[in-house]
Design a binder for this molecule. Structure first.
Ligand code: CP
Length: 315
């Protein structure tokens, strides 16, 4: 029996079942080959309009959503806070409702306030895709990370995945934890106690304050950026001290499994959480993550826009 996709929005991986997450990954696998064609375009969003509503800076996510929508044949509008009337004090909901009045089908939103995407889902008729809401969730980053692991290692269940660094301020970590634990991976959050809250255990993650103890058992190590813009003051003595205890460098890599894969959602602080030789080394899949983001976001567009009503479309 064909899988029935029932979600109009993608707000977070917390709200999806393991079966639904797997269906997104399988759909992304089907769409991945579109980017290998000479004509990189499919008609699934023809006649639909997507707006990228970004209230925070972005390189990877904004461009990847734009390219994904373009490859699906949608019309795409771009909004950035700095050049809009939001800079004159217009509220998020007023901005979104005015844009929706132009006839929008899908709103991709990144906003510094947790729950912003949920608010738009309540207020608008369009499908809402969360591109990062404060420190809450970044579901398409979680999906593309999990898709990248599955492509590289062939499975998720039974793997040990360390997420290292500033977990407290990381929406990427939260989406990864929800998604990976639902699919049967063991997730260990590693960092200084000030950046690894105990409440992560309630999400199914384990906690460690010593990267050197955890590294030998990991199949995947996902390094996170220190988000100084969300922290205010540093939550540890110095960046130098942080790098010494939690940075991934060639010396520390000797403790890891030889076939470990190294990930980072970007943007990287080279020389802080990861050294350039490791970031660019043969165990790194950091740029593959970016490539895989495209198919993952195409799959999300396909599903939230009702594409699964015609299952033959991505066979
Ligand atoms: N990984 C990620 O969200 O990167 P951007 O902030 O560049 O979109």
């Amino acid at each position: 029996m064909p899988f029935e996709w029932t979600h109009k929005h993608l707000l977070g991986l917390e709200y999806l079942t393991a079966e639904e997450i797997t269906h997104i990954l399988d759909t992304a696998e089907s769409l991945h080959e579109v980017s290998m064609r000479s004509i990189k375009k499919v008609p699934y969003l023809r006649g639909k309009v997507v707006v990228n509503l970004f209230f925070e800076p972005s390189t990877r996510t904004a461009l990847s959503f734009k390219l994904a929508a373009t490859r699906m044949s949608a019309d795409v509008l771009d909004f950035s806070k700095a050049t809009s009337s939001a800079a004159k004090g217009e509220t998020l909901v007023d901005t979104a409702k005015n844009i929706e009045a132009m006839g929008i089908d899908i709103v991709v939103v990144r906003h510094p306030v947790p729950g912003a995407a949920h608010r738009l889902a309540e207020m608008l008729d369009a499908s809402i895709v969360n591109a990062g809401d404060g420190a809450h969730e970044h579901p398409t980053q979680g999906l593309l990370d999990i898709f990248s692991i599955r492509r590289k290692l062939g499975k998720i269940e039974g793997l040990t995945v360390a997420i290292v660094g500033d977990i407290a301020h990381s929406r990427v970590a939260r989406s990864n934890i929800w998604g990976l634990t639902k699919l049967g991976a063991q997730v260990i959050c590693v960092g200084p106690p000030t950046l690894v809250p105990g409440a992560l255990r309630d999400m199914g993650a384990e906690i460690s304050y010593r990267l050197d103890d955890v590294l030998p058992e990991c199949d995947v190590v996902n390094m996170l950026r220190i988000q100084q813009e969300r922290q205010g003051a540093l939550n540890f003595p110095s960046l130098r001290e942080y790098s010494r205890l939690f940075g991934l460098n060639a010396e520390r890599m000797k403790k890891a499994k030889p076939d470990v894969i190294i990930m980072h959602p970007g943007p990287m602080n080279r020389g802080v959480e990861i050294t350039p030789d490791v970031a660019d080394g043969n165990r790194s899949i950091i740029l593959e993550q970016v490539t895989n983001g495209l198919a993952t976001r195409m799959a999300v567009f396909y599903l939230v826009s009702g594409g699964a009503q015609d299952d033959s479309a991505v066979d």
